[in-house]
Design a binder for this molecule. Structure first.
Ligand code: GLN
Length: 601
């Protein structure tokens, strides 16, 4: 921590094409600065007109990341939280929609009376004020603002949408002054396959575009398949006016935890700290644990196969935090995560007739899995398929974790199969069901849908000591996890379900909302109304994900005996030692692979 009154800013922009991994780069920059002893916060700017990501399809934009305060944000905020181990707020995600709404609200109130309200200066001023306000919010559990705020500007330089933000950031950099603002431009250096030549022209053009908009990069982070040659760096330096030591190569790496190490190895932290006048204050980045984890991740070869039974199985980003939480847990158990995507609809009987091959392969994946996970979701597509997956897990004693909708599914299945209520359903899918075991329980109005989602951190009280969840959560009396749902287990049906053997070891403070459901006589059958994936961190896996993966690898008993925290600290959930792993590893492998569709997490 530095004792400077002034906040310093690192802006990360992107050029040439989208999808360069700007979010991971920005998070990694934050991490090496944190590892150097600075307190770091972050802001993500999304230049779209939606107020927030809450209404956006996960299929197109990736998952909606939920924050403690109930903010529904872009998934990059998840990267920041995971890499920096911080808790962000909804204000840390700026959108065009939020900015315009604030300016228009002020205009209606009469705050600009007499003036013509314009993009410059009103929108650009509002952007700068928002940045300063959001940057000052403490996010690391300590008091007072952080030392550095990493701002990621979404999109690519030249996009029409981002123009007001670029103008605002140009004014902002001038206002905060040299030594307080560092611009890192993430660009692409393609390598032409035919000649193997590294081409600098796209980067030159995008830097020229940036300059013409009033921003000059201090550092270039160039994505490329290989190390940049010395002469290529020289050329970039000359044409882009960036010192050669400030040109960093972001070449392809085996897993994303290597990105901060890649930056550190090229002294990116020194380059940034020099621009920010912080050299001398700061120590060398301490990244020991991070390095061991990245190494371990590459060396794991014994797979744990998790079947993900969901709706959006075409885009891994739709379930990004769930995949990350599975990864954290698998690494902790010293297993290589293999996610088998099972489209829920393919499990249904109707598919057997229409498309027998898809039906067969979906069931084959499910049957080959070490554990089954049914994640959250909305809408009725694939519901019956998910119910079949839960039934299979229950009957075949396969470890099961149901998240939010996945928990509701488990309850519906139990009511149908064990209570014999064949029409049991959620009123979300069948409003007239005679056996409504999952019902609408908004915290606000029961007649209105808009704004009635139960969102953000809520408390769950853990009852009793015998449940696996209580043990995995180290017998804490309560836990705080994040929510995003409208429907819940019908409290009137709870006694009936309990009598038939389903237990509810976690409830809210009123005792009416069922937060956790478990089957006591099953190796691992847990459903949760909340989303534990959002608080999982590398090296600190979410307790229930750890339970699932440990159960899938036959390590759950050992884990429960030791207590999950203790086991995590000593990494003794697995009996395999690191040196054994080194011996076993025949070659370096990428951290996560999926069933042939090339989706990496
Ligand atoms: N659709 C369900 C509900 O609203 C589940 C939501 C979810 O899985 N996030 O309660």
């Amino acid at each position: 921590m530095i004792h400077s009154q002034k906040m310093k800013y690192v802006l990360v922009t992107g050029g040439v094409v989208s999808g360069l991994g700007k979010g991971v780069t920005a998070s990694s920059i934050g991490l090496i600065l944190k590892a150097s002893g600075l307190r770091v916060t972050s802001i993500k700017i999304d230049p779209y007109l939606n107020t927030d990501a809450g209404t956006m399809s996960p299929f197109e934009h990736g998952e909606v990341f939920v924050l403690d305060d109930g903010g529904e944000a872009d998934l990059d905020l998840g990267n920041y939280e995971r890499f920096l181990d911080i808790k962000l707020t909804r204000d840390n995600n700026i959108t065009t929609g939020k900015i315009y709404q604030s300016v228009i609200d002020k205009e209606r109130k009469g705050d600009y009376l007499g003036q013509t309200v314009q993009v410059v200066p009103h929108i650009t001023d509002a952007i700068q004020e928002w940045i300063e306000h959001a940057a000052a919010i403490p996010v690391d559990g300590k008091e007072g603002p952080a030392d550095i705020c990493v701002i990621e500007l979404g999109g690519t330089i030249g996009d029409i949408e981002s123009m007001p933000f670029i103008e605002a950031l140009g004014q902002f950099s001038y206002r905060v002054g040299p030594g307080n603002f560092c611009l890192i431009h993430v660009s692409l250096v393609p390598v032409l396959a035919a000649v193997g030549e590294q081409k600098t022209k796209p980067t030159q053009h995008s830097v020229r575009g940036l300059r013409s908009l009033g921003l000059s990069p201090n550092i270039l982070a160039c994505r490329s398949t290989m190390e940049l040659d010395g002469n290529v760096k020289e050329k970039l330096s000359r044409f882009c006016h960036v010192p050669i030591e400030n040109i960093i190569t972001l070449c392809d790496v085996s897993n994303i935890w290597r990105v901060p190490l890649l930056l550190r190895d090229q002294n990116a932290h020194e380059a940034i700290l020099k621009v920010l006048n912080l050299t001398g204050y700061i120590r060398e980045p301490v990244l020991g644990e991070w390095t061991s984890r990245a190494d371990l991740c590459d060396l794991l070869s014994e797979p744990v196969r998790i079947a993900m039974v969901g709706k959006y199985t075409g885009l891994a980003d739709s379930y990004l935090s769930v995949l990350k939480a599975l990864l954290h847990a698998s690494v902790e158990c010293h297993r290589k995560l293999c996610v088998d995507w099972v489209p829920a609809t393919d499990l249904e009987d109707a598919t057997a007739e229409e498309n027998p091959n898809s039906h067969r392969s979906a069931w084959k994946l499910l049957e080959g899995a070490d554990a089954i996970l049914v994640p959250g979701g909305f809408g009725d597509r694939g519901i019956e398929g998910k119910i079949l997956a839960a039934k299979y897990a229950r009957e075949k004693r396969i470890p099961y974790l149901g998240i939010c909708l996945g928990m509701q599914i488990a309850v519906i299945e139990f009511a149908r199969s064990i209570l014999g209520l064949q029409n049991a359903n959620s009123t979300e899918f069948d409003s007239n069901t005679k056996s409504p075991c999952v019902i609408l329980m908004p915290e606000g109005s029961k007649t209105q849908m808009g704004g009635t989602m139960r969102l953000g951190s809520r408390r769950t009280y853990l009852h009793g000591t015998s449940s696996k969840s209580a043990k995995l959560y180290d017998h804490r009396s309560f836990i705080d996890e994040r929510h995003r749902h409208r429907y819940e287990v019908n409290p009137d049906m709870v006694p009936q379900l309990e009598d038939a053997g389903l237990s509810f070891p976690g409830k809210d403070e009123s005792g009416h909302r069922m937060e956790i459901v478990e089957l006591p006589n099953h190796p691992y059958f847990v459903g949760v109304q909340f989303h534990p994936e959002f608080k999982s961190r590398p090296g600190k896996p979410s307790a229930l994900f750890l339970g699932l993966v440990a159960a899938a690898c036959g390590q759950l008993d050992a884990l429960l005996k030791k207590g999950s925290t203790k086991a995590r600290k000593t990494s003794s959930a697995s009996s395999t030692t690191k040196s054994q792993l080194y011996e076993k590893a025949t070659k370096l492998v990428s951290s996560v692979y999926c069933n042939g569709n090339g989706l990496h997490v």
